[in-house]
Design a binder for this molecule. Structure first.
Ligand code: NAI
Length: 303
Protein backbone atom coordinates (compact mmCIF):
# COMPACT_ATOMS: atom_id res chain seq x y z
CA UNK A 1 0.00 0.00 0.00
CA UNK A 2 1.12 3.55 -0.73
CA UNK A 3 0.33 6.31 1.77
CA UNK A 4 0.26 10.00 0.92
CA UNK A 5 0.67 12.35 3.89
CA UNK A 6 -0.83 15.71 2.98
CA UNK A 7 -3.97 15.59 0.84
CA UNK A 8 -3.78 19.13 -0.49
CA UNK A 9 -3.29 20.18 -4.10
CA UNK A 10 -0.17 18.13 -4.81
CA UNK A 11 -1.05 15.15 -2.56
CA UNK A 12 -4.49 14.77 -4.13
CA UNK A 13 -3.11 15.01 -7.66
CA UNK A 14 -0.42 12.45 -6.91
CA UNK A 15 -3.31 10.24 -5.75
CA UNK A 16 -5.07 10.74 -9.11
CA UNK A 17 -1.89 9.65 -10.91
CA UNK A 18 -1.35 6.59 -8.71
CA UNK A 19 -4.94 5.44 -9.14
CA UNK A 20 -5.17 6.02 -12.88
CA UNK A 21 -1.86 4.21 -13.40
CA UNK A 22 -3.12 1.43 -11.05
CA UNK A 23 0.16 1.49 -9.12
CA UNK A 24 -1.09 0.29 -5.72
CA UNK A 25 -3.76 0.57 -3.02
CA UNK A 26 -3.74 4.02 -1.47
CA UNK A 27 -4.29 5.70 1.89
CA UNK A 28 -4.53 9.49 2.12
CA UNK A 29 -3.63 11.06 5.48
CA UNK A 30 -3.99 14.68 6.54
CA UNK A 31 -4.44 16.66 9.76
CA UNK A 32 -7.34 18.54 8.14
CA UNK A 33 -10.60 16.96 9.31
CA UNK A 34 -12.71 15.41 6.52
CA UNK A 35 -10.34 16.35 3.67
CA UNK A 36 -8.61 12.97 3.15
CA UNK A 37 -11.89 11.11 3.60
CA UNK A 38 -13.55 13.34 0.99
CA UNK A 39 -10.66 12.97 -1.43
CA UNK A 40 -10.74 9.18 -1.00
CA UNK A 41 -14.45 8.99 -1.83
CA UNK A 42 -14.02 11.19 -4.88
CA UNK A 43 -11.06 9.05 -6.02
CA UNK A 44 -13.08 5.85 -5.50
CA UNK A 45 -15.70 7.24 -7.86
CA UNK A 46 -13.05 8.15 -10.44
CA UNK A 47 -11.58 4.64 -10.11
CA UNK A 48 -15.01 3.03 -10.64
CA UNK A 49 -15.45 5.09 -13.77
CA UNK A 50 -12.22 3.58 -15.14
CA UNK A 51 -13.03 0.07 -13.83
CA UNK A 52 -10.09 0.22 -11.40
CA UNK A 53 -10.54 -1.83 -8.23
CA UNK A 54 -7.83 -0.50 -5.92
CA UNK A 55 -8.53 0.06 -2.21
CA UNK A 56 -8.57 3.79 -1.53
CA UNK A 57 -8.93 5.19 1.96
CA UNK A 58 -8.76 8.60 3.66
CA UNK A 59 -8.02 9.14 7.35
CA UNK A 60 -6.68 11.49 10.03
CA UNK A 61 -5.21 8.51 11.89
CA UNK A 62 -1.44 8.21 11.41
CA UNK A 63 -1.43 4.63 12.73
CA UNK A 64 -2.79 3.69 9.27
CA UNK A 65 0.76 4.32 8.03
CA UNK A 66 1.58 0.92 9.47
CA UNK A 67 0.30 -0.79 6.33
CA UNK A 68 2.38 1.35 3.95
CA UNK A 69 5.44 0.20 2.00
CA UNK A 70 5.94 3.64 0.46
CA UNK A 71 5.02 6.96 2.08
CA UNK A 72 4.84 10.08 -0.06
CA UNK A 73 5.05 13.28 1.99
CA UNK A 74 3.32 16.36 0.56
CA UNK A 75 2.30 17.96 3.88
CA UNK A 76 2.96 21.60 4.57
CA UNK A 77 2.97 25.06 3.09
CA UNK A 78 3.68 25.90 -0.53
CA UNK A 79 5.46 28.97 -1.89
CA UNK A 80 3.56 32.20 -2.25
CA UNK A 81 4.39 34.44 -5.22
CA UNK A 82 7.83 35.99 -4.66
CA UNK A 83 8.97 33.39 -2.09
CA UNK A 84 11.86 30.99 -2.68
CA UNK A 85 11.61 27.36 -1.64
CA UNK A 86 14.13 27.99 1.18
CA UNK A 87 11.78 30.67 2.57
CA UNK A 88 9.51 27.76 3.63
CA UNK A 89 12.19 26.25 5.88
CA UNK A 90 10.86 27.49 9.23
CA UNK A 91 7.20 26.77 8.47
CA UNK A 92 7.70 23.29 7.09
CA UNK A 93 10.56 21.81 9.12
CA UNK A 94 8.35 21.36 12.21
CA UNK A 95 5.62 19.71 10.13
CA UNK A 96 8.09 17.33 8.48
CA UNK A 97 9.74 16.49 11.81
CA UNK A 98 6.34 15.58 13.30
CA UNK A 99 5.27 13.57 10.22
CA UNK A 100 8.64 11.76 10.29
CA UNK A 101 8.12 10.81 13.95
CA UNK A 102 4.80 9.21 13.02
CA UNK A 103 6.48 7.36 10.14
CA UNK A 104 9.23 6.07 12.44
CA UNK A 105 6.61 5.00 14.99
CA UNK A 106 4.19 3.18 12.70
CA UNK A 107 6.04 2.26 9.52
CA UNK A 108 9.61 1.26 10.39
CA UNK A 109 10.23 -0.67 7.16
CA UNK A 110 8.72 1.86 4.78
CA UNK A 111 10.29 4.01 2.10
CA UNK A 112 9.83 7.81 2.24
CA UNK A 113 9.49 9.98 -0.86
CA UNK A 114 9.60 13.66 0.08
CA UNK A 115 7.84 16.36 -1.94
CA UNK A 116 7.45 19.15 0.64
CA UNK A 117 9.68 22.19 0.06
CA UNK A 118 12.43 23.10 0.57
CA UNK A 119 12.52 19.52 -0.60
CA UNK A 120 16.24 18.67 -0.23
CA UNK A 121 16.32 20.06 3.32
CA UNK A 122 13.03 18.36 4.24
CA UNK A 123 14.38 15.02 2.99
CA UNK A 124 17.38 15.54 5.28
CA UNK A 125 15.01 16.19 8.20
CA UNK A 126 13.03 13.01 7.40
CA UNK A 127 16.24 10.98 7.26
CA UNK A 128 17.53 12.35 10.57
CA UNK A 129 14.22 11.97 12.42
CA UNK A 130 13.30 8.50 11.10
CA UNK A 131 16.86 7.17 11.21
CA UNK A 132 15.97 5.05 8.16
CA UNK A 133 18.76 3.91 5.82
CA UNK A 134 19.43 6.44 3.09
CA UNK A 135 18.29 4.19 0.22
CA UNK A 136 14.79 4.36 1.77
CA UNK A 137 14.59 8.17 2.19
CA UNK A 138 14.78 10.37 -0.87
CA UNK A 139 13.06 13.29 -2.56
CA UNK A 140 11.50 14.42 -5.82
CA UNK A 141 12.77 17.60 -7.44
CA UNK A 142 15.12 16.91 -10.33
CA UNK A 143 12.53 14.83 -12.17
CA UNK A 144 10.24 17.84 -12.27
CA UNK A 145 13.05 20.25 -13.14
CA UNK A 146 14.02 17.87 -15.97
CA UNK A 147 10.45 17.82 -17.30
CA UNK A 148 10.41 21.61 -17.25
CA UNK A 149 13.73 21.69 -19.17
CA UNK A 150 12.30 19.10 -21.57
CA UNK A 151 9.12 21.09 -22.14
CA UNK A 152 11.08 24.26 -22.95
CA UNK A 153 13.47 22.41 -25.27
CA UNK A 154 10.69 20.56 -27.09
CA UNK A 155 9.02 23.88 -27.90
CA UNK A 156 12.27 25.62 -28.86
CA UNK A 157 13.50 22.74 -31.05
CA UNK A 158 10.14 21.69 -32.48
CA UNK A 159 10.74 18.05 -31.53
CA UNK A 160 8.72 15.61 -29.44
CA UNK A 161 9.48 15.66 -25.73
CA UNK A 162 9.59 11.86 -26.09
CA UNK A 163 12.84 12.17 -28.04
CA UNK A 164 14.48 14.29 -25.34
CA UNK A 165 16.66 12.76 -22.66
CA UNK A 166 17.70 15.44 -20.18
CA UNK A 167 19.23 15.66 -16.73
CA UNK A 168 18.85 18.38 -14.08
CA UNK A 169 20.71 17.92 -10.80
CA UNK A 170 21.67 20.01 -7.77
CA UNK A 171 19.48 21.87 -5.32
CA UNK A 172 15.77 21.81 -6.12
CA UNK A 173 15.83 25.59 -5.91
CA UNK A 174 17.70 28.66 -7.03
CA UNK A 175 20.94 26.71 -7.67
CA UNK A 176 19.58 23.82 -9.71
CA UNK A 177 21.97 22.56 -12.39
CA UNK A 178 20.44 21.71 -15.79
CA UNK A 179 23.08 19.65 -17.64
CA UNK A 180 22.92 20.24 -21.42
CA UNK A 181 26.17 18.23 -21.74
CA UNK A 182 24.32 15.16 -20.44
CA UNK A 183 21.15 15.81 -22.46
CA UNK A 184 20.31 14.85 -26.03
CA UNK A 185 17.70 14.47 -28.74
CA UNK A 186 17.61 10.69 -29.09
CA UNK A 187 21.36 10.53 -28.53
CA UNK A 188 22.25 13.52 -30.75
CA UNK A 189 23.96 16.23 -28.69
CA UNK A 190 21.81 19.26 -27.88
CA UNK A 191 24.50 21.61 -29.18
CA UNK A 192 23.74 20.34 -32.72
CA UNK A 193 20.29 21.92 -32.35
CA UNK A 194 20.77 25.02 -30.19
CA UNK A 195 23.16 27.98 -30.07
CA UNK A 196 24.99 28.62 -26.79
CA UNK A 197 22.80 31.71 -26.24
CA UNK A 198 19.53 29.78 -26.71
CA UNK A 199 20.81 27.00 -24.48
CA UNK A 200 21.70 29.47 -21.71
CA UNK A 201 18.22 30.98 -22.00
CA UNK A 202 16.57 27.54 -21.68
CA UNK A 203 18.73 26.76 -18.64
CA UNK A 204 17.85 30.05 -16.96
CA UNK A 205 14.14 29.64 -17.75
CA UNK A 206 14.19 26.12 -16.25
CA UNK A 207 15.26 27.71 -12.96
CA UNK A 208 12.54 30.38 -13.09
CA UNK A 209 9.51 28.71 -14.63
CA UNK A 210 8.02 27.34 -11.38
CA UNK A 211 7.87 30.87 -9.95
CA UNK A 212 5.99 31.91 -13.06
CA UNK A 213 3.40 29.12 -12.60
CA UNK A 214 2.98 30.14 -8.95
CA UNK A 215 2.55 33.80 -9.94
CA UNK A 216 -0.10 32.81 -12.48
CA UNK A 217 -2.14 30.15 -10.65
CA UNK A 218 -0.89 30.05 -7.06
CA UNK A 219 0.74 26.61 -7.06
CA UNK A 220 2.40 23.97 -9.23
CA UNK A 221 0.35 20.78 -9.23
CA UNK A 222 0.18 18.61 -12.34
CA UNK A 223 3.88 18.74 -13.27
CA UNK A 224 5.07 17.67 -9.81
CA UNK A 225 2.40 14.98 -9.52
CA UNK A 226 3.39 13.39 -12.83
CA UNK A 227 7.05 13.38 -11.80
CA UNK A 228 6.24 11.76 -8.46
CA UNK A 229 4.18 9.15 -10.31
CA UNK A 230 7.11 8.21 -12.54
CA UNK A 231 9.31 7.70 -9.48
CA UNK A 232 6.60 5.61 -7.81
CA UNK A 233 6.26 3.57 -11.00
CA UNK A 234 10.04 2.93 -10.98
CA UNK A 235 9.81 1.67 -7.37
CA UNK A 236 6.63 -0.39 -7.63
CA UNK A 237 7.64 -2.01 -10.92
CA UNK A 238 11.33 -2.31 -9.96
CA UNK A 239 12.33 -0.61 -13.21
CA UNK A 240 15.94 0.33 -12.29
CA UNK A 241 15.32 3.70 -13.97
CA UNK A 242 18.04 6.34 -14.04
CA UNK A 243 16.42 9.46 -12.63
CA UNK A 244 17.55 12.57 -10.79
CA UNK A 245 16.51 12.34 -7.13
CA UNK A 246 17.44 14.07 -3.91
CA UNK A 247 19.68 11.51 -2.22
CA UNK A 248 22.07 11.42 0.69
CA UNK A 249 25.65 11.96 -0.41
CA UNK A 250 28.50 10.48 1.57
CA UNK A 251 31.52 11.56 -0.44
CA UNK A 252 29.92 11.21 -3.88
CA UNK A 253 30.36 14.36 -5.99
CA UNK A 254 32.95 15.37 -3.36
CA UNK A 255 30.39 16.30 -0.70
CA UNK A 256 29.09 14.67 2.46
CA UNK A 257 26.17 14.71 4.88
CA UNK A 258 23.70 16.39 2.57
CA UNK A 259 20.62 15.59 0.50
CA UNK A 260 20.76 17.08 -3.00
CA UNK A 261 19.73 16.07 -6.51
CA UNK A 262 21.97 13.66 -8.43
CA UNK A 263 21.34 10.87 -10.95
CA UNK A 264 20.38 7.58 -9.31
CA UNK A 265 19.09 4.15 -10.25
CA UNK A 266 15.64 3.71 -8.72
CA UNK A 267 13.92 0.38 -8.20
CA UNK A 268 12.24 -1.82 -5.59
CA UNK A 269 14.88 -0.94 -2.97
CA UNK A 270 14.56 2.79 -3.54
CA UNK A 271 17.89 4.46 -4.31
CA UNK A 272 19.80 1.42 -5.55
CA UNK A 273 22.84 3.23 -6.93
CA UNK A 274 24.13 6.79 -7.21
CA UNK A 275 25.56 7.57 -10.64
CA UNK A 276 28.43 10.05 -10.47
CA UNK A 277 28.82 12.17 -13.59
CA UNK A 278 31.92 14.33 -14.08
CA UNK A 279 30.92 17.98 -13.73
CA UNK A 280 32.89 20.73 -15.45
CA UNK A 281 34.04 23.79 -13.53
CA UNK A 282 30.94 25.91 -14.20
CA UNK A 283 28.47 23.08 -13.42
CA UNK A 284 30.38 22.19 -10.26
CA UNK A 285 30.38 25.81 -9.05
CA UNK A 286 26.57 26.00 -9.22
CA UNK A 287 26.20 22.53 -7.68
CA UNK A 288 28.41 23.63 -4.75
CA UNK A 289 26.46 26.88 -4.37
CA UNK A 290 23.39 24.70 -3.78
CA UNK A 291 25.33 22.54 -1.30
CA UNK A 292 26.35 25.65 0.65
CA UNK A 293 22.89 27.19 0.79
CA UNK A 294 21.34 23.86 1.87
CA UNK A 295 23.99 23.32 4.55
CA UNK A 296 23.41 26.87 5.82
CA UNK A 297 19.65 26.27 5.91
CA UNK A 298 19.98 22.91 7.70
CA UNK A 299 22.38 24.38 10.26
CA UNK A 300 19.53 26.61 11.51
CA UNK A 301 17.54 23.51 12.54
CA UNK A 302 17.65 21.80 15.89
CA UNK A 303 18.05 18.19 14.72
P1 NAI B 1 -1.52 22.48 0.11
O1 NAI B 1 -1.57 23.62 1.07
O2 NAI B 1 -2.52 22.42 -0.99
O3 NAI B 1 -1.60 21.09 0.91
C1 NAI B 1 -0.80 20.83 2.04
C2 NAI B 1 -1.58 19.87 2.92
O4 NAI B 1 -0.73 19.48 4.00
C3 NAI B 1 -2.85 20.48 3.54
O5 NAI B 1 -3.97 19.68 3.21
C4 NAI B 1 -2.56 20.44 5.03
O6 NAI B 1 -3.71 20.20 5.83
C5 NAI B 1 -1.58 19.28 5.12
N1 NAI B 1 -0.80 19.26 6.36
C6 NAI B 1 -0.23 20.26 7.03
N2 NAI B 1 0.40 19.81 8.13
C7 NAI B 1 0.25 18.46 8.14
C8 NAI B 1 0.69 17.41 9.00
N3 NAI B 1 1.43 17.67 10.09
N4 NAI B 1 0.34 16.14 8.68
C9 NAI B 1 -0.41 15.86 7.60
N5 NAI B 1 -0.84 16.81 6.74
C10 NAI B 1 -0.52 18.10 7.00
O7 NAI B 1 -0.02 22.49 -0.48
P2 NAI B 1 0.45 21.86 -1.87
O8 NAI B 1 0.31 22.85 -2.96
O9 NAI B 1 -0.16 20.52 -2.01
O10 NAI B 1 2.03 21.71 -1.60
C11 NAI B 1 2.53 20.79 -0.63
C12 NAI B 1 4.04 20.92 -0.54
O11 NAI B 1 4.64 20.41 -1.72
C13 NAI B 1 4.56 22.36 -0.40
O12 NAI B 1 5.62 22.41 0.52
C14 NAI B 1 5.05 22.68 -1.79
O13 NAI B 1 6.02 23.71 -1.82
C15 NAI B 1 5.62 21.35 -2.19
N6 NAI B 1 5.86 21.16 -3.61
C16 NAI B 1 7.02 20.52 -3.96
C17 NAI B 1 7.32 20.29 -5.28
C18 NAI B 1 8.56 19.56 -5.63
O14 NAI B 1 8.96 19.57 -6.80
N7 NAI B 1 9.23 18.88 -4.71
C19 NAI B 1 6.42 20.75 -6.35
C20 NAI B 1 5.20 21.36 -5.87
C21 NAI B 1 4.94 21.56 -4.53
Amino acid sequence: MIAIVGSGRVGANVAVQIVTKELDDLTLIDVAQNLPQGEALDLQHMAASYGIDLKIKGTNDFSELGRADLIIVAAGFGRKPGQTRLDLMKQNSGIIASVSKEIAKYAKSSMVLMITNPMDAMTYVAHRVTGFPTNRVFGMGGMLDSCRFKSLLAQELGVSSKSLGVMVIGEHGESMVPLPRFSSVSGVALEKFLSKKKMDEAVEMTRKIAAEVIALKGATIYGPSASVASMVDAIVNDRKSLMPASVYLNGEFGVSDIYIGVPAIIGRDGIERIVEVPLDEAERAIFLRGVTSLKDAISTLDL
